[in-house]
Design a protein around this ligand. Sequence first.
Ligand SMILES: Nc1ncnc2c1ncn2[C@@H]1O[C@H](COP(=O)(O)OP(=O)(O)O)[C@@H](O)[C@H]1O
Ligand SMILES: CC(=O)OP(=O)(O)O
Ligand SMILES: [Mg+2]
Length: 402
Amino acid sequence: MSSTRVLVLNSGSSSVKYQLLDMRDSSRLAVGLVERIGEESSRLKHTPVESGRTREWTGPIADHEAALKAVAEELSRDGLGLDSPELAAIGHRVVHGGKHFTEPTVIDDAVLAEIERLIPVAPLHNPANLTGIRTAQALRPDLPQIAVFDTAFHTTMPESAARYAIDVKTADEHRIRRYGFHGTSHAYVSRATAKLLGKSPDEVNVIVLHLGNGASASAVRGGKCVDTSMGLTPLEGLVMGTRSGDMDPAVIFHLMRVGKMSTDEIDTLLNKKSGLIGLCGDNDMREIRRRVDAGDEQAQLAFDIYIHRLKKYIGAYYAVLGRVDAIAFTAGVGENAAPVREAAVAGLEELGPVVDGELNGIRSDEPRLVSPAHARVAVAVVPTDEELEIATQAYALVKKNN
Ligand SMILES: Nc1ncnc2c1ncn2[C@@H]1O[C@H](COP(=O)(O)OP(=O)(O)O)[C@@H](O)[C@H]1O
Ligand SMILES: CC(=O)OP(=O)(O)O
Ligand SMILES: [Mg+2]
């Protein structure tokens, strides 16, 4: 019996999302999520697809290792355990791969060491990714573990977009450049958008707006990334759930000199206490919209700042690409928050994109257009599927190596 299944682990700073897929037809066998890892009320939600009977469990899960062991147990209960001979590989989302990992990569000690070396530039993500890999290795040492990097899709950015305008020697010495993140999603969504338009990826220019808790925009020309909003770390760019995105770097010197804050305090401020949560106390767009609808001015201002930044990136990437065929919204906010899509595109008619109020209001899990047929630039909602993309890339690599 040949092995055709891939388990995908997407370990975030406080969560693990996972899917078990059968790559003969890319079907899902199980999906799940562990949230609030490290808290008293961690939550595990597991769905074996065949029965569809979701099991939920709340209680303390101390760390990512414990989370993964709990996931392995849940899978075993459905006869889908990690000991299955049908498992071909475990695919891991790795957020920071630096400049050199442009392809999915079989994880060995050297790869692990490089992911570890990059922790200072992805402190919220790479440690969780590493724990996920090490725990999976311990459970199945015989199995190929494949890393699929968030940064890989962005390695096609030209130097003019990838470099900061700082002293070249200093930048090179410390490998300071713009790497970009969420690349697996930007790759998947830009391809799916081309398909939705009935074109091949190399024919279309797309602006992808990945709006989750972390958020980033990318400019994709003919299937290749030419610019993206995140930089050395996932802090640059758009306003996010808890991250500031762009600001004058001198804010940091000011906080050090005048505010007497330490480097770690500023790091925490900008990564965890800024963005939407810093502006209005909530980072969930559902709650923000509820407050806006109730006339809450603080939530309204947070929403306006979020949209203003988004608009600036749409305009910038329009200029970078010269011609835009579609703007694609994706991830938790992009897929679900119709008011965000409407507000981000409002007033851009001269550039081409238009949102149709009725189409925009329809809820669906399918890729779809929310622009009227006459719009020169299509506006699309394209659900991302990082797990499927990781599984596809990991499985292709395993097949090639066998
Ligand atoms: N129905 C909805 N309306 C508005 N926002 C939503 C909705 N569902 C989810 N979201 C937003 O999506 C975010 C999570 O997006 P997701 O892509 O899952 O993020 P991440 O992968 O970073 O955890 C939530 O914080 C919330 O703001
Ligand atoms: C890179 C990044 O910001 O990822 P996430 O949105 O999962 O936090
Ligand atoms: Mg995400």
